[in-house]
Design a protein around this ligand. Structure first.
Ligand code: PLP
Length: 429
């Protein structure tokens, strides 16, 4: 079957609303290290790690061995109504790593389910369906998580099952507050948070949910410390804090294991998914026991925490801790930021370079008036692909290139990517 035939079959049978990259999406058939190969034999440096799913790269023996060992028992999965040794071990490890005192863990299969669960816990715990979320946020594709997503391109909040209000915080570049100092910006956001609570809610708010660095929103990073200032206000009003670590967990931000730790905040709950299974589907919530035990009805996930995905996840965490990949993310991230700033000096179309560790964004603008340039962004994404580099895209206006390679990225690979990005900017002229 040709690639064109595969694409036609995809369109005939898959929903029209599936977000895809490139006019003709590629089929990835093989991977090794940080490189993947498509069905037509082209090889690419994967600078988006799948979609932050392949945290440590492709064809990792330790992960394949762990999964094979489980498959060797003849049981891929039966049910989560029985005890699963690997699930318990993984829960213990995540509870310990979370820094949340007296923590319990629930496993699901995706970030959406993780956030739906966190919303359920918070709203049951506080007996309120009022939720605060951040403008420009993304939290998932199900009923509740779509509703709390503060990004028009991905949300349908008019059908909301929760009563949600949005506050200012992470996305500053295209806001009226761009030129403020960090300290003044934090003050503006804290005043806004207090104002939203006092003027748009009944006061009985269940929780605030926030991504420490907004993912789909274009790796928008609030100043470190913003959420510490938020936490003080939330504590004053008895509002729970949920950190959505679906993209920011496992050391990817370079400075800390969890994104929220840059703000010196211990949240009431954290949600995770994406990179944990290095490609195997797993997500979950880690929360204070008192919060986790808020649901009084029976509940379970048929597949959440199954022995295959928990084996893969345990092997992934052990690997990234053993090899100190957080430190590598910090080093390679600094190298990439330097390189991207250099490209920005040469090409004013690169309006903003932001993010940290291996979660970096390039916001693309029209140099004349600094307005978002989605067409050039799409062109750059295509041009980098033509040169053997896969990068992500996002942002409120579709004008942000996102870079989040596997955390095993080498110095030479980072240099190779920068060269391809520089060349691709050259095609805009
Ligand atoms: N939360 C964040 C911050 C995300 O970036 C995503 C997915 O991109 C989700 C939640 C939803 O995760 P999933 O696609 O696994 O349901």
């Amino acid at each position: 079957m040709t690639h064109a035939e595969l694409w036609e079959r995809h369109k005939a049978v898959m929903p029209a609303w599936l977000a895809l990259y490139y006019e003709e999406p590629i089929e990835i058939v093989e991977g090794s290290g940080r490189r993947v190969t498509d069905g037509e034999g082209n090889t690419y440096l994967d600078f988006f790690a799948g979609i932050l799913t392949n945290a440590i790269g492709y064809d990792i023996a330790e992960i394949s061995d762990a999964v094979r060992e489980q498959l060797g028992t003849g049981v891929a999965h039966t049910s989560t109504v029985y005890l699963i040794r690997k699930q318990i071990e993984l829960a213990e490890q995540i509870a310990e790593l979370s820094g949340i005192p007296d923590a319990k863990v629930f496993f699901a299969n995706s970030g959406t389910e993780a956030n739906e669960t966190a919303l359920l816990l918070a709203t049951q715990n506080r007996r309120s369906n009022q939720v605060l979320a951040m403008r420009n946020s993304y939290h998932g594709r199900a009923f509740g998580t779509v509703a709390i997503t503060g990004n028009r391109g991905w949300s349908a909040s008019s059908l909301s099952p929760v009563n949600v209000q949005y506050v200012q915080g992470a996305y500053r570049y295209r806001s009226p507050f761009r030129d403020l100092s960090d300290a003044d910006y934090v003050k503006v956001c804290v005043d806004d948070l207090r104002n939203v609570i006092e003027t748009t809610t009944s006061g009985d708010v269940a929780c605030l949910i926030a991504e420490p660095i907004q993912g789909v929103g274009g790796f928008s990073s609030p100043p470190d410390g913003l959420y510490a200032a938020f936490k003080e206000v939330l504590d004053e009003y008895g509002i729970l804090f949920i950190s959505d670590e679906v993209q920011t967990g496992w050391g990817r931000t370079g400075d800390h294991f969890w994104g929220i730790q840059a703000h010196d905040v211990v949240p009431d709950a954290m949600t995770f998914a994406k990179g944990l299974g290095n490609g195997f589907a797993i997500g979950g919530v880690v929360a204070r026991a008192e919060l986790m035990d808020s649901v009084k009805a029976n509940s379970l996930s048929t597949f959440g925490g199954n022995p295959i995905s928990t084996s893969a996840a345990k092997a992934t965490i052990d690997y990234l801790l053993d090899k100190d990949l957080q430190a590598n993310a910090a080093k390679r991230g600094a190298q990439l930021v330097d390189g991207l700033r250099g490209i920005s000096d040469e090409y004013p179309e690169l309006g903003d370079v932001r993010g940290k560790g291996l979660m970096l964004a390039a916001e693309i603008v029209k140099p004349d008036d600094n307005t978002p340039d989605a067409a050039s962004t799409a062109k750059l994404q295509q041009e980098t692909k033509n040169r053997g580099l896969l990068v992500g895209k996002g942002g409120l206006y579709g004008n942000v290139l996102r870079m989040a390679p596997p955390m095993t990225l080498t110095e030479d690979e980072a240099a190779e990517a920068l060269e391809i990005i520089r060349e691709s900017f050259g095609t805009l002229r």
